[in-house]
Design a protein around this ligand. Sequence first.
Ligand SMILES: Nc1ncnc2c1ncn2[C@@H]1O[C@H](COP(=O)(O)OP(=O)(O)OP(=O)(O)O)[C@@H](O)[C@H]1O
Ligand SMILES: [Mg+2]
Length: 446
Amino acid sequence: MKAGILLVEDDNQQRQLLCQLLHAEQYQVFSAATVEDALVLLKQQPQIELVFSDWKLGNYTGLTILNYVRSNLPELGFVVATAYGSVSHAVEAIQAGADDYLTKPFKRQELLLAVSKGLTAKRLRSQNRQLSQQLSEQRQLVDLIGKAPCMQQLFQRINRVSNSDATVLISGESGTGKELAARALHQLSSRCKGPFIAINCGAIPEQLAEAELFGAEKGAYTGAHQAKAGKFEAAAGGTLFLDEVAELPLSLQAKLLRLLQEGKVTRLGSHQEITLDVRLIAASHQDLAQAVQDGRFREDLFYRLNVVPLHMPALRQRSEDIPQLIQHFLQISQQRYQLSAPALTKATLKQLMDYPWPGNVRELANRIERFVLLGDENELLADLTTQSTPGGFELPPDGLNWQQHERDCLQQALNRAGGNKAQAAKLLQLPYKTLLYRLEKYRLTG
Ligand SMILES: Nc1ncnc2c1ncn2[C@@H]1O[C@H](COP(=O)(O)OP(=O)(O)OP(=O)(O)O)[C@@H](O)[C@H]1O
Ligand SMILES: [Mg+2]
């Protein structure tokens, strides 16, 4: 059976005739004598791919059906039949989106040709939609790979907030894709044609940070030979990505807060306020809430930034994505170096999937790049096992504050030992004297 066709014709005899004719050509025919019946069939029969409708239908015209179709089932083919001499109706129909028209009386062959033309148009429209849907799905992912449910949820969130100007705070361990997510937010937003400016707040020396971010007038500081626009100004109309925002000096946090509250900046050495339209995205691998508690980060700024929190899951929480990520990075590196890497064995893949990847996607990407360059599977696995938790302790991905850690260990051992230093030394497997020395160093007492 060929496509489904809805035939709308109020003349019983004609309808039956056309019905038979189309039926003989193997079309699946649905017929209606009125506009009302036609609309009911359109709603009920998803097989319908084309409407062939008479123009004059009682008190209505085919235009009513055509309008309904174009706004509700825009892909459907549509052919109208108009009475001899009524050219204006044909013009009206084509303008309203009909694919073709026939003037009565028409020959069988003309009808079949118009029908097949309408069906072709319909199929092209469907294909187009599918293609653009695929394209937009690709666009939606913007390089972010992740089939795991936690990533899918994240993509949904990114999609949802991309088009608002809401400030987004991205958290997650190092190498989890925070910057990539920020870029995706920008690319999916209506600001995508505007600039995306990324600043690593931890990488600018404090003395230069203000001029760098907010701009400076000529002579505002030693070496300022020319007036200079800040990064905020450079991001006007686009997105500013403040990476490692926890590292922003307290003095600049106040200025940033003002920008967020009032949308204005003032260059260093100037009194003039500049009004800016900038969308802000911030990221930090540190726990900002903790930084607030420690007094390193302004609480009011934290709330301003944290309008929409986005958390990037660690790679070990989504190891099902590892094979696809491997493919992705293999492709990138092979293309970049014009080399082809040997296929990975199942055993290797399993080891890679079981590894906890403290450096997350970045670590995986680096390893794959090395593998492509050296072409040796052993390179891919080198140190994987030794790196992972020999004594059950895993160094956090971002390292730790050793002194603080040592002090915590001592304190906890003392607490657990109820202040008994000999026992505390045992708990830490330290010689008694060493423990005493260390307690002294940290001024800890039992
Ligand atoms: N989901 C992902 N799909 C594909 N590539 C990814 C994904 N996540 C991260 N990457 C890649 O991993 C690398 C690190 O990502 P990115 O720089 O965004 O991480 P980050 O969270 O900003 O890390 P850091 O905190 O160290 O700055 C980049 O090369 C990025 O392209
Ligand atoms: Mg980053």
